[in-house]
Write a protein that binds this ligand. Structure first.
Ligand SMILES: *Cc1c(COP(=O)(O)O)cnc(C)c1O
Length: 234
């Protein structure tokens, strides 16, 4: 069994190889370590090994870990990314504790995050979540809805619109995995043609990171390939 540090080094090497394979600029694919269900001590070890972007999906679980790691966070410049569904009564805690939010999919949430982002913190980086397969059970807006939400978010002074995020339906087939990522990239390019200046495509997880890198991902969100299989949520 590999240890976590070996997995981290292997993953970094894998990302560098994939960048080269798909003619991506070296260093243009950023690793977001998704640490849900994993302890603050495991995250601390990873930060000490050099990882700076940490992603969490559940606020109740994330807040204690963020405070347990506050000592390291401020010294190293660690960034906490919120990647879970957002309920409106949770926006204040998100606005006060995270550098990034990947899952904004409605105006009301964007406005609340903007109003609740403390003045003494940098602006909150935001990605809009796109429901790329149109599965009714999933969060996210459709591609036709993007321009309007993007425009509204751009007008909010305490938020910085960085790009788009998606979680496609699971597939084991490489070409099938690429399709939704390509659709997201085309939507992103379309917004940029209209002067939005976006720089982030948050797409790809352990199972489909290769396809996401091939299609232009700038942040891949990786849990299992980094920490091993998650314990079941009880
Ligand atoms: C859990 C999670 C991930 C990481 O998934 P793995 O398959 O473990 O790499 C990525 N993105 C989101 C939004 C998640 O909830």
């Amino acid at each position: 069994m590999e240890n976590p540090d070996q997995r981290f080094q292997q993953l970094r090497a894998h990302i560098a190889d994939a960048e080269q394979r798909y003619s991506r600029t070296p260093g243009s694919v950023h690793l977001l370590a998704v640490s849900k269900t994993h302890s603050a001590e495991k995250i601390r070890a990873l930060i000490n090994a050099g990882q700076l972007y940490i992603g969490e999906s559940y606020l109740q679980e994330a807040l204690p870990k963020i405070s347990q790691l506050a000592d390291l966070t401020s010294v190293r410049g660690v960034q906490w990314h919120f990647i879970g569904p957002i309920q409106s009564n949770k926006t204040k805690d998100i606005a006060e504790n995270f550098s990034w939010v990947h899952t904004v999919d409605r105006d009301k949430i964007a406005q609340r995050l903007n109003n609740q982002r403390p003045e003494n913190m940098p602006v909150l980086n935001v990605c809009l979540q796109v429901n790329i397969d149109g599965e009714p059970s999933k969060s996210g807006i459709t591609i036709p809805e993007l321009p309007e939400l993007a425009k509204n978010v751009m007008s909010l002074p305490r938020l910085k619109l960085r790009g788009l995020m998606t979680i496609p339906a699971r597939s084991q087939n490489f070409e099938k995995q690429r399709l939704p990522f390509k659709q997201l990239r085309l939507a992103f390019e379309e917004l940029n043609k209209n002067g939005m200046g976006l720089d982030t495509l948050s797409m790809g997880m352990s199972n489909d990171m290769e396809a996401a890198i091939a299609e232009g991902a700038t942040i891949i969100r990786i849990g299992t390939a980094l920490f091993g299989t998650r314990p079941p949520i009880t």
